[in-house]
Design a protein around this ligand. Structure first.
Ligand code: AMP
Length: 364
């Protein structure tokens, strides 16, 4: 059973927690007690915490989480525990959930012990504790037979340094502003039970035990069904192992069959990953091909353009050449033409001369 006791300072968490611890044989872990021990031992942690505690303020989450983590390592917490005075704020509650998730030990139940403010003041101001055996008294309604000494062992009775009016005011304010949201958190999660803390210690304890027992019963059936599920799974695994042994006969085959579901799952996951990789590779090569063909197309276009401009240039060149050769040819033909013309002219002249010579003869 893993339990968190919540309530204002002086509501009786410590007293009820100890009674529950005896009943269920699990440790009661009070962060206040752990811190007070560190203060008394004068450890660095205790020195850091003392002034804060005397002022009725909260010690840093880091310090308190460290204390809790260390305590949870101890083997007596394996069967369960009762947390008293922790968590005190939302940050601690969240970190506690994370820690228990890590350890695989979630909180089963949170119980809020409700008490009127008036009786809280009476409880805290009258509270005395024996320094030798830890027995508690109240000077108003459960005083010792002799002032300042323990009825059980005669030890000295001491008042806590933070049980004075000013510090109590601070502690109550912090409870209202920082711890009540934690109560709401457990309520919302459906893990909260509320009991009345006014009245006789044994009456309160009866109410508390009843709440715990009810939850334990549901946890019992939950644990039982979990155990049944585990047993069925074990049987199925053995059956698979058995059939493999029948088929193959060897111990190795049986082991293989027992590991089959896990191996099957692994194989399927591997196949999935491989298929994904294949698709990705295909996509990659397709993309590359497309890019290459795009490049080729662009290059082809460029080449074609070049070819066209080349053709144009060569056509122009050819045309130019043609006109040049034409001109050259006409230039070459020109003197021949001139020669022919002058020859023609000379022939005409000669003919005219001949005719002139012939004419006078005819007159005669
Ligand atoms: P308690 O004995 O629970 O009343 O605690 C006494 C003082 O110890 C508180 O007033 C705080 O200064 C300190 N303390 C105890 N538990 C915590 C906690 N969970 N977080 C911070 N401070 C704490």
């Amino acid at each position: 059973m893993r339990l968190v006791l919540l309530g204002a300072p002086g509501c009786g968490k410590g007293t009820q927690g100890q009674l529950l611890a005896e009943q269920y044989r699990i440790p009661e872990i009070s962060t206040g007690d752990l811190l007070r021990k560190a203060v008394a031992a004068g450890t660095p942690l205790g020195k850091a915490a003392k002034a804060v505690m005397d002022a009725g303020k909260l010690v840093s989450d880091e310090i308190v989480m460290g204390v809790i983590r260390e305590r949870m390592q101890q083997p007596d917490t394996r069967q369960g525990f009762i947390l008293d005075g922790f968590p005190r704020n939302l940050a601690q509650a969240e970190q506690l959930d994370e820690l228990f998730e890590e350890l695989g030990r979630p909180i089963d139940l949170a119980v809020l012990i409700e008490v009127e403010v008036d009786s809280i003041l009476q409880r805290l101001l009258g509270r005395r504790t024996c320094v030798s055996c830890g027995a508690s008294y109240n000077m108003f309604y459960a005083p010792p037979r002799m002032d300042d000494s323990c009825d059980e062992c005669g030890g000295r009775l001491k008042r806590r340094s933070d049980d004075n009016e000013e510090t109590i005011g601070n502690r109550l304010r912090i409870y209202e502003t920082q711890t009540l949201p934690v109560v709401e958190r457990y309520r919302e999660q459906g893990r909260l039970r509320v009991i009345q803390g006014s009245g006789e210690i044994q009456d309160v304890f009866r109410a508390l035990s009843k709440a715990v027992e009810e939850v334990r019963a549901t946890l019992g059936s939950r644990d039982r069904s979990a155990a049944i599920r585990r047993a069925v799974a074990r049987k199925q695994n053995t059956a698979r192992g058995g059939s493999a042994a029948k088929a193959g006969g060897s111990g190795k085959a049986a082991k293989k069959a027992a590991a089959a579901p896990a191996a099957g799952k692994k194989k399927a996951a591997k196949k999935k990953v491989q298929a994904k990789k294949k698709v990705q590779a295909k996509k990659k090569t397709a993309g590359k091909k497309a890019a290459v063909s795009r490049k080729k197309a662009v290059a082809g276009k460029k080449v074609a353009k070049k070819k066209i401009t080349k053709k144009k240039v060569s056509a122009k060149k050819v045309a130019k050449k043609k006109t040049v050769t034409k001109r050259k040819a006409t230039a070459r033909k020109a003197p021949v033409k001139k020669k022919a013309a002058s020859k023609k002219k000379a022939a005409k002249k000669a003919a005219r001369k001949k005719a002139a010579k012939k004419k006078p003869a005819r007159k005669r």
